[in-house]
Design a protein around this ligand. Structure first.
Ligand code: PLP
Ligand code: LYS
Length: 418
């Protein structure tokens, strides 16, 4: 049996009695491991966010598209937001019906749009030229429009999707041009949506942008729904005691504005949200193996097999993920050392964490990268020709289910005309 070396306590029940070493022996290293109970808990929190009756949360599947996880989210009664034909395909394959999908692309091609139209999936467009394109493809149809509420939020400038510096959303000042295009193509605007960015821990910008979009919505009399977007954050710094997003307070504030809007608008319009990260993030851990220890220029390196081909967030955004160590024997040293934890990719920037204070492990010990269930596997690659790793699900019963096989070398050349 392994010993957990870390100060991250919330997830000690994560493995439900399974030994991470057995998982690695069976499925190889590195490995994405998901916990079904945590996933279901997050779905339920989101479903019960508000008391407003006509509330339909959509899971933004871009954060994790494993079909087995999608089936669980669907079973929990969530609908889904999809952003590409590939995501539409996966959502349909996992059991979502076209009516349960909301297609929110960016810079879609006519071919992309046709894919959704032919399947009866409602599309949201986010520029005047995309509205024109949609009008030519589906004249007389129903459409939604993503507006930029002018207020953005997010953990990094790369994921702030509203405000001045972004490619997303129609500028509300262009409303006259929007109306002309709706008229030109005889389109009915049945929904408006926004998404301010990814990962807020303070809900104020979300509430502010919601107030803006609701005020703006009052000018349209054809609306069936308003979608307030995603972006709900999770605490990545749990080892430092970071607090959770206060969902209860957020729900109460939202309820106030939603009920008040419905009264003014004269009907209980449908409200949607579209969180991605919040739902699978904490249900996923990447397990990997410690492969080397060395010091250079005063820096202590802990080498592992988790390169940025496996988890891209640290190199892409400088993101923090808490780390745990798992060891089968007593450690060589319990002295805490600031380690720079690195992967096995041929780039100096391949750094998972800097100055992470950990005890010294053995070569062959395991590390767990916490909160990797969102934007983890779906952003992984086979860079340096490392086949993508396997994914397993720890079911509510504790049973292990392989939900994606490890790729093979044959997969690396599958589409090359050799
Ligand atoms: C349109 C849209 N909706 C929803 C999401 C989900 O965001 P998050 O994972 O931060 O909840 C995104 C990604 O930022 C998005 O672009
Ligand atoms: N990939 C980002 C989030 C992007 C959200 C998609 N619009 C992350 O890992 O934090």
């Amino acid at each position: 049996m392994y010993t957990l070396h870390g100060i991250y306590t919330e997830n000690t029940s994560f493995f439900k009695g399974n030994d991470p070493f057995d998982l690695i022996t069976e499925y190889g290293s590195p490995l994405y491991v998901y916990n079904e109970e945590i996933l279901r808990t997050r779905c339920r929190e989101i479903k019960n966010l508000v008391t407003y009756e006509n509330f339909v949360p959509h899971y933004s599947i871009k954060s994790n598209t494993n079909i087995h996880l999608l089936k669980i989210v669907h079973e929990e009664g969530l609908h889904a937001d999809v952003m590409s034909p590939g995501e539409i395909y996966l959502a349909l394959e996992s059991g979502f019906t076209p009516e349960e999908l909301f297609y929110i692309p960016n810079n879609a091609t006519p071919c992309d749009m046709r894919y959704a139209i032919e399947r009866g999936i409602l599309t949201s467009v986010d520029s005047l030229s995309q509205l024109e394109m949609y009008g030519t493809l589906n004249p007389g149809g129903k459409v939604a429009i993503r507006f930029n509420p002018g207020i953005g939020a997010g953990h990094h400038e790369k994921v702030v999707t509203a405000g001045k510096k972004t490619k997303f959303g129609v500028n509300p000042e262009d409303i006259d041009k929007v109306n002309l295009l709706l008229e030109k193509y005889n389109l009915t605007l049945i929904g408006i949506n926004q998404h301010i960015g990814s990962l807020f821990m303070n809900a104020e910008p979300y509430i502010q942008s919601t107030s803006f979009i609701l005020e703006f919505a009052k000018q349209f009399d054809s609306l069936e729904f308003i979608d307030l977007g995603g972006g709900f954050g999770i605490p990545y710094h749990k080892q430092e005691g970071e607090a959770r997003l206060d969902m209860q307070a957020l729900g109460t504030k939202l309820d106030e504005v939603l009920h008040s809007f419905a009264t003014d608008y004269g009907k209980k319009i449908q409200f949607q949200i579209e969180p991605g990260r919040y739902i699978p993030c904490e249900s996923g851990i990447v397990l990997g193996t410690v492969t080397s220890l060395k010091s250079n220029g005063g820096i202590h390196y802990m080498g592992t097999d988790i390169g940025f081909n496996v988890l891209q967030r640290p190199i892409m955004y400088g993101s923090h993920h808490d780390i745990e160590l798992y060891s089968q024997d007593s450690l060589p040293s319990h002295t805490l050392t600031p380690f720079t934890v690195v992967g096995n990719i041929c780039e100096s920037g391949d750094i998972l964490a800097k100055d992470r204070v950990l005890p010294t492990p053995h070569i062959g010990d395991l590390i767990g990268i916490m909160d990797s269930g969102a934007y983890g596997f779906c952003m992984s690659s086979s860079y340096n020709q490392r086949p993508r790793c396997a994914e397993v699900l720890i079911e509510s019963t504790g049973a292990i289910r392989l939900i994606r096989k490890r790729e093979t070398f044959e997969d690396l050349i599958r589409n090359m005309l050799v």
